[in-house]
Design a binder for this molecule. Structure first.
Ligand code: CP
Ligand code: NVA
Length: 301
């Protein structure tokens, strides 16, 4: 039984294969070819305890396009929300559903669900990782830059968040250079990099130094879901890490600006730089659909 729980648990070959498969699924869709019915007669559960626009819609559409059906299950409506253990929920769902997609604040719980349900389980964002996002991002970089090999990718902002962690693992697995730059007094990633044993991902405190010659400038929200109580404490610390014209002028002249979204203007990115790069950023969002179809297909075939 196969799961997609983290970039950490992926090999270089599996990451490359998922991106290639996503590219083919995208090409087929553009041609109106929906003949791939890898999820025919299957019903997948989408169990999200956090908000979502892109991940939810792309999974629901993707499941239907692959011939299956989707059931959105909010934990507050399930007995899970009244304290039923995850391993019992998993054992019930495992007898009825063909796969599960989970978004919550506990990587441990998602891994426990996978173990007890024995059905293909996908991490749709936890406290630790956001692996689906990274497959879509890699596809977007491949489409625009041709390859991620030999590229310098700079992640600016909350360098200890789930998306940043998944990027660290992507760099380690695929071998490109990743620079993390963010306020060390709020989100120092050195402990995480040490735990990973990172050789490709590095922390640079000064954003003006970090982005020199960068091929990709990538950002995420400064306050992740579930951390809203830290918003005022964080306020003001991230300003130097905003992607704006000063930083883009130091990066490579062909540098891509990426944002996993949702975006808060004049926070992670200036309005001007965001809109100048909107085509890239919304292709990145669209690529969630193709990436996740590839992920689900890989788990059932
Ligand atoms: N990037 C992302 O996962 O977006 P949603 O939170 O809208 O799903
Ligand atoms: N780090 C963000 C990602 C949102 C897609 C969060 O967890 O809220």
């Amino acid at each position: 039984m196969k799961n997609f729980l983290s970039i950490e648990s992926c090999t270089k070959e599996s990451l490359v294969s998922l991106v290639n498969s996503a590219e083919l699924l995208k090409e087929a869709r553009v041609c109106g070819d929906f003949s791939d019915d890898s999820l025919k007669n299957q019903c997948w559960g989408i169990i999200f305890s956090k908000a979502s626009t892109r991940t939810r819609v792309s999974f629901e559409v993707g499941i239907r396009e692959l011939g299956g059906s989707a059931l959105f299950l909010s934990p507050k409506d399930l007995q899970l929300g009244r304290g039923e253990p995850i391993k019992d929920t998993a054992r019930v769902m495992g007898r009825m559903l063909h796969g599960a997609i989970i978004r919550n604040d506990s990587q441990v719980e998602v891994e426990s669900f996978a173990e007890f349900s024995k059905i293909p389980t996908i991490n749709a964002l936890t406290d630790m990782e956001h692996p689906c996002q990274i497959i879509a991002d890699l596809l977007t970089i491949k489409e625009i830059q041709g390859t991620w090999d030999d590229k310098k990718i700079v992640f600016l902002g909350d360098v200890n968040c789930n998306v940043a962690h998944s990027w660290v693992w992507a760099a380690e697995r695929l071998g490109f250079e990743l620079i993390l730059t963010g306020p060390s007094e709020i989100c120092n990633p050195l402990e995480y990099l040490k735990k990973v044993g990172a050789t490709k991902a590095h922390y640079v405190d000064n954003p003006l130094e970090a982005v020199i010659g960068a091929n990709v400038l990538y950002t995420d929200v400064w306050v992740s879901m579930g951390m809203e109580d830290q918003a005022s404490e964080r306020d003001g610390h991230f300003n130097a890490y905003q992607i704006n014209q000063q930083l883009t002028s130091i990066a490579d002249s062909d540098a891509m600006v990426m944002h996993c979204l949702p975006a808060y203007r004049e926070k992670e990115s200036s309005e001007t730089v965001f809109e100048e790069n909107a085509e890239t950023i919304f292709s990145q969002a669209e690529n969630r659909l193709h990436a996740q179809k590839a992920i689900m297909k890989s788990l059932v075939t």
